[in-house]
Design a binder for this molecule. Structure first.
Ligand code: ZN
Ligand code: ZN
Length: 417
């Protein structure tokens, strides 16, 4: 048994079981007979096992797991030949895309060390990531297009826990991260399925209101920030549970607090600063300050990880434009925890954020029936990347601007008006 397979007594087994149940019944809403493709870190085996058991109890056809290991990932960076960093297992992703095409559901357990690659050559990290993005594209298209029900859920691995709680012993760190995950994922009560039903209803009321307002743009102001984000023509706000093209209503992210939509890739102007560090493929980017002109980032700085940020921005043509805008009140349970998780699934739900890169066609009216040209025409961005970073805080004011130019306050000091 390696350190990565240790059982931590500080993880409440009852809550872990409820998290597995929530992932399958709420996150995926897995249907009888439906196949499931599951990826997880080896260190998250206890949750992977719970999920597979729940999936079969729910009538899963066939569950296929693929596990990743941090030491194995590092071995490539330490000993792999240079040419390997421009390669990725396209054959595997083609198979995954084929499975998604046959209505296989997708579940990923996150929990890897967010700083795993922090000491590796950033050029190699960027090359490996780009090769992977290209190879993954056929499968990612089906996720981004919401062809199938999918879900992300988190497990408190020891390597991640020690990043969040660096001063604690392994056991205490894991216990504290476990409680934070359980509480944010709403499994710290007897009936998580009911808790999610009412949370989804609250997010649904918010998106309905925003969709009725049909704002033309949003304006953010705060320290270092004066930014106008145009919204795509025919944009639709989403949040909480959503219905995939296969007809299954699922909760892709557990936890989730955001309502989000598609910005207009050519109508973003002004400057904005990040309010939380961004953990990007093993590197930390902090103190981001960028300026947009006609939708494009024309100046970019970062207090830390600027070289990584520049590589992200140079990934492709769409990497300098926005693909998502999301609103989260500062009082969200994840923000109130005061923790920095170094993981987008959690940190993006602690603050309002924007994402560079690919837009979700599902956030446009009839988006799934539009051609790539029609989507671009409405302002939806296209890119191989989708990188969320936080711009919300208790100091940000947000206004909605209508097509006629009238201004309506939406958030003051980070809270819904
Ligand atoms: Zn988001
Ligand atoms: Zn995003």
């Amino acid at each position: 048994m390696t350190t990565h397979q240790r059982n931590f007594p500080s993880i409440d087994p009852a809550k872990l079981e409820r998290l597995g149940e929530t992932a399958v019944k709420v996150g995926l809403r897995l249907q009888p007979g439906q196949d499931l493709f599951l990826t997880a870190p080896v260190a998250a085996l206890p949750l992977a096992r719970a999920i597979v058991a729940e999936a079969y109890k729910a009538g899963a056809g066939l569950v296929t797991p693929i596990l990743a290991d941090e030491e194995i990932t590092l071995a490539r960076f330490r000993f792999g030949p240079d040419a390997s960093f421009d390669r990725a297992p396209g054959w595997l992703y083609d198979g995954v895309a084929k499975a998604f095409g046959a209505n296989t559901a997708r579940l990923a357990i996150v929990g890897e060390d967010p700083m795993l690659l922090a000491n590796e050559d950033p050029a190699k990290v960027a090359r490996a990531s780009k090769a992977n993005s290209i190879a993954y594209q056929p499968a990612l298209e089906k996720i981004a297009g919401f062809d199938i029900n999918w879900n992300l859920v988190a497990y408190p691995t020891d390597s991640w826990a020690k990043r969040v709680f660096p001063g604690e012993t392994d056991d205490v760190a894991v216990g504290r991260l476990a409680e934070a995950i359980f509480s944010a994922s709403r499994v710290d009560n007897d009936d998580p399925v009911a808790a999610w039903t009412s949370h989804n209803a609250a997010l649904g009321r918010r998106t309905e209101w925003l969709n009725a307002r049909k704002f033309h743009a949003l304006h953010y102001s705060g320290p270092g920030t004066d930014l106008t984000i145009g919204l795509a023509d025919g944009h639709e706000w989403q949040g909480g549970a959503a219905t995939a093209k296969n007809g299954i209503t699922c909760n892709p992210n557990i936890p989730t607090e955001e309502v989000f939509t598609t910005p207009h890739a050519r109508r973003v102007d002004g400057h904005v600063v990040s309010t939380k560090p961004l953990s990007y493929q093993g590197s930390l980017i902090d103190g981001i300050a960028v300026r947009f002109e006609a939708g494009r980032i024309v100046e970019a700085k970062a207090a830390r990880g600027e070289d990584v940020l520049k590589k992200v921005l140079d990934s492709d043509d769409g990497a300098r434009r926005l693909g998502e805008v999301a609103l989260v009140p500062h009082s969200s349970p994840i923000a109130s925890s005061g923790l920095l998780f170094f993981n987008t699934l959690f940190d993006e739900n602690a603050a309002s954020h924007i994402a560079l890169g690919q837009a979700y066609s599902t956030c446009l009216k009839n988006g799934d029936q539009l051609t790539p040209e029609e989507l671009a025409d409405k302002g939806a961005n296209e890119s191989l990347i989708h990188v969320d970073w936080m711009i919300g805080s208790s100091e940000i004011d947000l206004d909605g601007i209508t097509a006629t130019g009238s201004v309506e306050p939406l958030m003051r000091k980070g809270e819904w008006v």
